[in-house]
Structure formats: structure tokens, C-alpha cells
Design a binder for this molecule. Structure first.
Ligand code: SF4
Ligand code: SF4
Length: 376
């Protein structure tokens, strides 16, 4: 806690509302078994800006506490925990973003995403066309090294390496700001193992603190594990695609083999399975978001959510289309579109809904340490 003063979070209307509602919930405590937010709330009496930021990032916006709440509107207390925490959560992402001037992208995220991705797309196609003749662009290229007939490997790999370096720095600074801004403390390796387990299993999306509940409530008040399954498909699909890129890099530099690889080789198998999982997961998350109770949807932030889900879907889908068309004259076009989307996606990553994974893990890690200390 000694260096918390290095990052003073500002008080905002969403913080004030979160603090007000948490005072009511702390007196009521009906929802204490629903998720990690309520036990963490019960360890506090007062809620400063760091506390509300931590609680907001612990919430996974299932909506269960709204459905259960006897003080929800039209009651005069007007308790709406999911909506209030979602609004507080979104503003913490902007506060932790680096570099600071780009944090405004969160507020205009849907539009900003589309613009940046369009520019990245145009850049990829433009680079290709500037470097090769139309005959090559529309030609059929088969076998190892076929992609690099269209774009040299140094360009194709150099652009994402530069973007990734920037993204990693942005994430490290964001994490550090989260840690200092919320007053989080390292809880030791057992707490780290708890947080890893909660993340890997997405325990809280199970519908209660044990992870064995019936899932999140839908608009018809029936619970379902669909959100948990779609999150799993998206998360593990993303990890498989990352593994595909990593093994492809090893093939290139260690084995001296150039892409594209055979359909049954590891980079392609990992990428294909990961891409299909990502398509299914993101389409499912979009469906679940649309089914969510309207009263808990943060309308101003929905554009950011939808934009992120759809870009991730199209990055995956165009990767699969490229796989299907790579031995035809459409390889140049599909490669350009896929690369453009990939570059744009990674460029906006630190200012998109993607950060919810980063800060959620930070919140789970801080919470696991806090829970262990309070149990001693
Ligand atoms: S959300 Fe409502 S029912 Fe649940 S703890 Fe808060 S006040 Fe009580
Ligand atoms: S919306 Fe779900 S995760 Fe968020 S506080 Fe309510 S019960 Fe917990």
C-alpha cells in the first residue's frame, strides 16, 4: 500500500453511485453467495475510489444480483449493481490506460475501432499492391513460401512485432496503474494459484462462488451456463491461435521452414481449431449480450463490446477463409484482409474490451490475497 499515492484515482459520479449502492448491499447481504464481489464488499466498511475500482473489476456482469434484488427500481433505493459496476468498470479502464491521451478511445471505442482497423487494412493491401504486380496479387501460389511472394516475411512479421511490443508496454503500465490505484497487495503464490484456477475455469461464471451453480440468469429468469461456455471457447480459442503463431515462428526460425504449412501440421491444426472456437465463442457472446436484461445494459458502452466481439470474430473467420482459399487466385485478397484485421485488432487491443481480461485477472489476484489475509 506504500506507493498507492503514486496513482490517485479521481472521484466520479459512477464511483459515488457504486459507493452508495455498496453501503446498501453491505447492510442487506442477501447476495453474498452469488459471486466474488459481495464477500470482497463485506471486508470493507467504506468504499474509496480504489475499492470501487476493485469491486467493479471483480464483477463479471452476470445480472444475478439485479434479478434477486428487492431494492431494484422502482424501489426508491434504486439499486442496480450490474449496471453501476459496469459503468464504474469502463471508466477505470480509461483511467489505467497508457498512454493517457489514448484513453479517450474507450469513450469512442466502436467508432475508433472501425477507423483504426480500416486504416490498418488499407495499409496492408496498399503495401502489397505497392510491392508486387497485379499478376502476382491475383496469381495462384502453392507450397512453402507462397505467402512471401505477396509480402516479404520481414514486412509481414515486422509490423506485428512492433505493434506487439507497444501493446505489451501498454498492458504492463496498465497493470501497474491498476495495482497502485486500487491499493492491491501481492498475496503470495497460493493466492496466485487461486486466481489462476478461477481464471482458467471461469469459476464465477458458474453462477455462485463455488462455480457449481446453474450459471447466469437470462431474460426469462432461467439460469444458463451458456456465457461460461462461450467465454471458454473464446479464451481457449485465442490461446490456441497464439500457440499456432508461436509454433509457426519456431518452424520458421528453428526449422527453416516457411508458411503456409500443411493442413495437418501443428501451426495449421492449432490455428484451425482455435479459429473455429473463436468464431463460435464470439458469436455466442454476441447472442448472450443481446439476450441480457435491458435494465443492466450500460448503453453507452455497448458499442465497445459489440465492436470488440465482431472484430475478433472477423479476425478468426478471415483466417479460416484464407486457409480455404490459399491455393486459389483469391489468396492475395484474403491474406490482405486477414492481415489488415489482425494488425488493426492488435493495435486497438489496449483500448478495447480485451482489457477486461487483464484487469479481471488483477482483481482476482488481489481478491485472493485479500481473502487469505482476512481468514488468518
Ligand atoms: S443487490 Fe439488492 S438484494 Fe443483493 S445484496 Fe444488494 S441490496 Fe441486497
Ligand atoms: S452482476 Fe453478477 S458478478 Fe456482478 S455483482 Fe452482480 S452477481 Fe456479482
Amino acid at each position: 500500500m506504500d506507493d498507492v499515492s503514486l496513482l490517485k484515482l479521481a472521484s466520479t459520479p459512477a464511483h459515488e453511485e457504486t459507493a452508495r449502492i455498496m453501503q446498501i448491499c453491505n447492510a442487506c447481504r442477501y447476495c453474498e453467495g452469488f459471486c466474488a464481489v459481495f464477500p470482497a464488499m463485506e471486508r470493507r466498511r467504506l468504499f474509496d475510489v480504489g475499492d470501487t475500482a476493485q469491486l467493479a473489476n471483480l464483477c463479471h456482469h452476470c445480472g444475478a444480483c439485479y434479478h434477486a434484488c428487492q431494492y431494484a427500481p422502482p424501489h426508491e433505493f434504486a439499486v442496480n449493481v450490474p449496471l453501476t459496476l459496469a459503468e464504474r468498470r469502463a471508466e477505470t479502464w480509461a483511467e489505467f490506460a497508457w498512454p493517457g491521451p489514448l484513453s479517450g478511445l474507450f469513450a469512442r471505442n466502436g467508432l475508433a475501432l472501425v477507423m483504426i482497423i480500416t486504416v490498418a487494412l488499407a495499409l496492408a493491401v496498399g503495401l502489397m499492391l505497392a510491392m508486387i504486380s497485379p499478376q502476382l496479387f491475383w496469381g495462384v501460389h502453392i507450397g512453402e513460401g507462397a505467402f512471401y511472394v505477396l509480402m516479404p516475411h520481414t514486412v509481414m512479421a515486422g509490423i506485428p512485432m512492433a505493434i506487439t511490443a507497444f501493446t505489451i508496454v501498454a498492458f504492463i503500465v496498465g497493470w501497474r496503474r491498476y495495482w497502485r490505484g486500487t491499493g492491491a497487495r501481492w498475496g503470495g503464490w497460493p493466492a496466485f494459484a487461486d486466481a489462476m484456477s478461477a481464471t482458467a475455469t471461469m469459476r464465477n461464471l458458474g453462477g455462485d462462488n463455488s462455480g457449481d451453480g446453474a450459471g447466469c440468469p437470462g431474460p426469462d429468469d432461467r439460469n444458463s451456463l451458456a456465457r461460461r461456455h462461450y467465454h471458454h471457447a473464446t479464451f481457449y480459442g485465442f490461446m490456441l491461435c497464439f500457440a499456432s503463431t508461436s509454433t509457426g515462428t519456431l518452424y520458421h526460425y528453428l526449422l527453416g521452414r516457411e508458411a503456409p504449412y500443411g493442413y495437418l501440421e501443428l501451426p495449421v491444426v492449432l490455428g484451425t481449431v482455435g479459429g473455429i472456437m473463436l468464431c463460435v465463442g464470439t458469436a455466442g457472446l454476441w447472442r448472450e449480450k443481446r439476450r441480457m436484461e435491458p435494465a443492466v445494459r450500460p448503453l453507452a458502452k455497448l458499442g465497445m463490446d459489440y465492436a470488440f466481439i465482431w472484430i475478433l470474430f472477423w479476425v478468426s473467420a478471415t483466417g479460416l477463409v484464407l486457409l480455404a482459399l490459399r491455393e486459389t487466385s483469391f489468396m492475395g485478397l484474403t491474406l490482405a484482409i486477414h492481415l489488415g484485421l489482425v494488425y488493426g485488432f492488435f493495435l486497438v487491443l489496449p483500448y478495447s474490451k480485451f482489457v477486461h481480461g487483464l484487469y479481471r485477472f488483477a482483481a482476482l489476484l488481489a481478491d485472493a490475497g485479500e481473502a487469505r489475509r482476512s481468514a488468518m
